[in-house]
Ligand binder design. Structure first.
Ligand SMILES: NC(=O)c1ccc[n+]([C@@H]2O[C@H](COP(=O)([O-])OP(=O)(O)OC[C@H]3O[C@@H](n4cnc5c(N)ncnc54)[C@H](OP(=O)(O)O)[C@@H]3O)[C@@H](O)[C@H]2O)c1
Length: 394
């Protein structure tokens, strides 16, 4: 089937969408591309000089037209549980590849249940979590395992990711998405159970799985000499890594376990930070569980379209350390970037995912899949060229 475009960036007027569209406009090799959203004047004001498509995310016919016009849709129109479902349905039906940057696990579960088989049949690669959630975790684990296998001739039995030094900010859409997930969870015990299930995004979340619980307390990592604390994004990222492993037919063994934590320095200050993070997350969870406190948080949060200033973004950075091990064999692997995680670095990760789906000769099949399963080494090469580090520590 011929398509008008190779790539359409939908939600290009949003805070993150603008960064992604700008990133693609500077890519050395660009596909035939266009920007899309619901507001023509706002799209024109971006001044990107590429074709403009006007479509409302809540209009199924408009989403079908959009999906049929292009080989790939890259979308930042979130909260995705509110605005994302018609577009995923249209892409799965039209055989159109798709990438987004959602971290809404309950919505991804609905998309998997509704569209995985259809997307497999049409060949559409539907790839959620192509931003800071969950590319470092998913691709970092995959790359660490490739390195471990090259060195030791077998995969690591477990991988623990420690998210350490970082600096950045939050946008209105990110807060709105977290609050919308909390709203859904507070009304539906089934969603609360899904969010608490470490294998909630597996093909069958109810099947027997190895014991690999979420980390909920402070710890000490002797190999790095660092304290550890629960990581706020682990409840998304760990599910994505486990889905990748399941979709790839468990190449790292049936009992493979992936864990994710935050790390702080191995000093008294680091211990105080770990205590503060653990306590802070507990307070945040309580606040998210209460409608009146959620409303208060929403009032104080950035509005849709707002986000961290360019000065905050330019000072941004992040670093994750992966410990891969099997018996006495061990590997420390690093993923990092000198850009803020949620926006500067996310624009690279989502932009390169979109370009990868549009331009690279991928061999993966269709389905509701993950960054590492859909794009693996091709995305890794792109992100390294974009300035991210994915490398063994020694
Ligand atoms: N995974 C990560 O690391 C990461 C990082 C950053 C953001 N995110 C996620 O990305 C999403 C966007 O965040 P943001 O802060 O960029 O949000 P935002 O600034 O509020 O942008 C939302 C976008 O969605 C569009 N939109 C809303 N309703 C629409 C509709 N009915 N039809 C068409 N377009 C519609 C908006 O269009 P208008 O301009 O016309 O209103 C805007 O372009 C959120 O879900 C957030 O959680 C994830």
């Amino acid at each position: 089937m011929t398509r008008d475009y190779d790539l359409v960036v939908f939600g290009a007027t949003g805070f993150t969408g603008q960064l992604v569209a700008e990133y693609i406009s500077h890519a050395p090799a660009r596909p035939r591309w266009a920007i899309a959203g619901r507001n023509q004047a706002k799209l024109e004001a971006l001044g990107l000089g590429v074709p403009i498509l006007v479509a409302d995310a809540l209009d199924p016919a408009a989403m079908t037209r959009l999906a049929r016009a292009t080989k790939v849709v890259c979308t930042t129109a979130g909260p995705f549980a509110k605005y994302g479902s018609e577009l995923v349905a249209a892409c799965a039906a039209a055989g159109t590849h798709y990438c987004d940057l959602t971290g809404e696990v309950q919505w991804m579960r609905r998309m998997i249940d509704a569209h995985h088989e259809r997307a497999r049949a049409t060949g559409a690669r539907i790839v959620h979590t192509c931003g800071f959630d969950s590319v470092p975790s998913d691709l970092g684990t995959w790359a660490a395992q490739q390195e471990f296998i090259a060195r030791h001739g077998r995969p690591a039995h477990s991988v623990t990711a420690l998210f350490g030094e970082s600096s950045g900010g939050l946008s209105g859409g990110t807060v709105a998405s977290a609050l919308s997930t909390a709203d859904e969870a507070s009304q539906d015990p089934g969603i609360r159970a899904l969010l608490a299930n470490p294998f909630g995004l597996d093909p069958d979340p109810a099947a027997p799985h190895p014991r690999c619980p979420d980390v909920r307390s402070i710890g000490w990592e002797p190999r790095l000499g660092m304290f550890t604390a629960p990581f706020v994004m682990a409840q998304v990222n760990t599910r994505v890594v486990r889905r990748s492993h399941a979709l790839a037919d468990l190449p790292w063994g049936e009992s493979f376990c992936y864990r994710e934590v935050m790390s702080t320095p191995g000093s008294a200050r680091g211990l105080a930070m770990a205590v503060g993070i653990t306590g802070g997350l507990g307070v945040l969870a309580l606040a998210f569980a209460h409608p009146r406190l959620r409303a208060l948080l929403a009032k104080r949060a950035p509005r849709p379209g707002e986000g961290p200033t360019s000065a905050v973004r330019e000072r941004g950075h992040w670093k994750a350390r992966f410990i891969a091990e099997s018996g006495t064999d061990q590997l420390i692997y690093i993923a990092s970037d000198r850009a803020d995680p949620g926006y500067g670095s996310t624009a690279k990760m989502l932009g390169e995912s979109a370009l990868c789906l549009a331009l690279d000769p991928l061999t993966s099949g269709g389905g509701v899949t993950t960054p590492s399963v859909a794009m693996g080494g091709a995305l890794l090469d792109r992100l390294r060229r974009a300035g991210l580090t994915f490398a063994a520590a020694g």
